[in-house]
Design a protein around this ligand. Structure first.
Ligand code: R5P
Length: 313
């Protein structure tokens, strides 16, 4: 097995390499003056089982192109099998036509990765489970949930856990939230976001009893932070005792960090699927937990033809 890292999340790649005790294969990734990407794999990969780690986070187009070019280099270097390890799958939110003459970009990206020559894909918490079916190559969509379950156990005593209420910030996340709540035998609530008329501000209805409860908002993506901070306000308005958030992918576009800092959220826990700038790393309200062990174990199992479904617990 060989591990190769693109440039989008070197820290995560290094952590996965440490988990597996396999060194990262040396790669040069350079730019021509006009910003075209040029890569060179510096070791023989002929006949190798390759795991290429590259989340397609911002700048999404550059990171995606780099992934495709690295796959092409590996195909032409006669790698035996290439697994694209894409912990955060960019363009996932464009998973259906939202109107006339609009694209399904999540499908286009799946086509590009397959056409470039990847044999498998490994990812975490796809925005919509059905994106797995956009690929005609084996695709393992791991759940970040076990990492959060461990973190909640570490940070809440058994007694405190009895007061937890798991909250989906929109109706689309109910299945995900119910699954996490089940691990703690806890109830769920749902934030029902509605805009009565175009141009009128959003109304947040809470489905469920939140008074006096310690709420955990659970989502796959935090981007601008609007969904999360508004949901937190609505929960506190309904008498919640506290609101904390667990989010798999910290996209965190501006002004998310400022919003979180000024919000009533107690803490936002994200994973390291996306590399974060200093401003996120030093934000007192944001804490990162790692998916390196989860991904490392999945890679080990794929390489050894073992079951990956054991990791879904
Ligand atoms: C939407 O369906 C996603 O699950 C997230 O709730 C959304 O992408 C978050 O975006 P923002 O942080 O900009 O409100």
């Amino acid at each position: 097995m060989k591990l190769i890292s693109g440039s989008s999340n070197a820290e995560l790649s290094k952590a996965i390499a440490d988990v597996l005790d396999v060194p990262l294969t040396s790669v040069d990734i350079n730019r021509f003056r006009d910003q075209e990407i040029f890569v060179r794999i510096n070791e023989n990969v002929r006949g190798e089982d390759i795991f290429l780690i590259q989340p397609t986070s911002a700048p999404a187009n550059d990171h995606l192109m780099e992934l495709l070019i690295l796959i092409d280099a590996l195909v032409r270097a006669s790698a035996q099998r290439i697994t694209a390890v894409v912990p955060y799958y960019g363009y996932a939110r464009q998973d259906r036509k939202t109107g006339g003459r609009t694209p399904i970009s999540a499908k286009l990206v799946a086509n590009l990765i397959s056409k470039a020559g990847a044999h498998r894909v490994l990812t975490i918490d796809l925005h919509a489970g059905q994106i797995q079916g956009f690929f005609d190559i084996p695709t393992d969509n791991l759940f970040g949930q076990p990492v959060f379950v461990d973190d909640i156990k570490d940070n809440y005593s058994k007694k405190d856990r009895q007061n937890l209420l798991f909250v989906s910030p929109d109706t689309g996340g109910v299945v995900r939230t119910r699954s996490l709540a089940k691990r703690f035998n806890a109830d769920i609530a749902i934030v029902d976001k509605r805009r009565p008329k175009a141009g009128e501000s959003e109304v947040m209805n809470i489905i469920g009893e939140v008074e006096g409860r310690d709420c955990i908002l659970y989502d796959d993506i935090i981007d601008s932070g609007g969904t999360l901070c508004n949901a937190a306000n609505a929960l506190m308005d309904q008498g919640a005792n506290s609101v904390t958030a667990y989010i798999t992918h910290g996209v965190l576009s501006d002004p998310a960090v400022e919003r979180i800092t000024g919000s009533i959220l107690r803490e936002v826990v994200i994973t390291d699927t996306i590399a974060q700038p200093e401003k996120v790393k030093t934000c007192e309200k944001i804490r990162e937990v790692s998916v390196a062990t989860l991904l490392g174990e999945a890679i080990r199992r794929i390489a050894n033809d073992e079951s990956v479904s054991k990791l879904f617990g």
